[in-house]
Design a protein around this ligand. Sequence first.
Ligand code: IMP
Ligand code: MG
Length: 188
Amino acid sequence: MREWYESKVAEVLIDQATLQRRVVELGEQITADYEGLPLTVVVVMQGALFFAADLVRAVDAPLKMIPIQASSYHGGKASRGSVVLSGIDDFSLSDLVDRHVVLVDDVLDTGRTLRRLIDYFTCEIQVASIGVAVLLRKPTRREAGFEVDLRYCGFDVADEFVVGYGLDYQGEYRNLPFIAVLNQEVTK
Ligand code: IMP
Ligand code: MG
């Protein structure tokens, strides 16, 4: 391990090769599922940035990509109640009409973020369909009223705070090429 993070990381949960293999499998599924359909991948920034970049390169079909910001998180480890969306302009919205949308996020935790996004896309625009892809799912964390049907899920993980491959703690650690649990001294 490199010096700058070796004292911070308690455990590598999912290594780089395992991430890449799974992402390629998900890309192949998307390729098959959306064959011949107009596809737009909506990327929930910033956490899903790396996952989405690898995922779309594993999709062997034409597609469009747009970013959206969803913030429920304020620097720490606990989710906030409401989710604020931003960053999507009228042009991008109108470009989604009648297209099949795959919404890509990093973690399905309480479900608040993805529920808000799905409701937004189904209420605001006439999309042809919405499928959700997440890298990680924390099965024990879902809150009542915020259920989300996942079409694509990379890995189920325990209810632990993780970083890397796009996921951050207070803005840092996104560039770790694997998913890791931080030492408790870092996150307390
Ligand atoms: P939800 O709205 O509670 O489902 O939270 C989803 C968002 O919280 C994700 O998109 C992440 O940005 C963030 N999040 C949840 N768990 C973690 C974690 O373990 N590490 C980093 N971010 C997380
Ligand atoms: Mg997020």
